[in-house]
Design a protein around this ligand. Structure first.
Ligand SMILES: [Zn+2]
Length: 59
């Protein structure tokens, strides 16, 4: 598989972060404000959850 980046909008400062797919499951932090990009249940985070979050943010 090739490297894929996802764009996550920080829920705290609205900065767009480009996150490599491999790092999505590692609860990445915002590059601007340093807060977690994925809030909720970081321990139960999986690919499906991430996909839902991304879809929501695209909307
Ligand atoms: Zn931020």
């Amino acid at each position: 598989m090739s490297e894929q980046n996802s764009h996550l909008v920080c829920p705290h400062c609205q900065a767009t972060n480009r996150i490599p797919a491999a790092k999505l499951s590692a609860a990445p932090n915002c590059g601007k404000c340093g807060q977690p990009l994925l809030t909720g249940s970081p321990h139960e985070l999986n690919a499906q959850t991430v996909r839902k979050v991304i879809q929501k943010m695209r909307f």
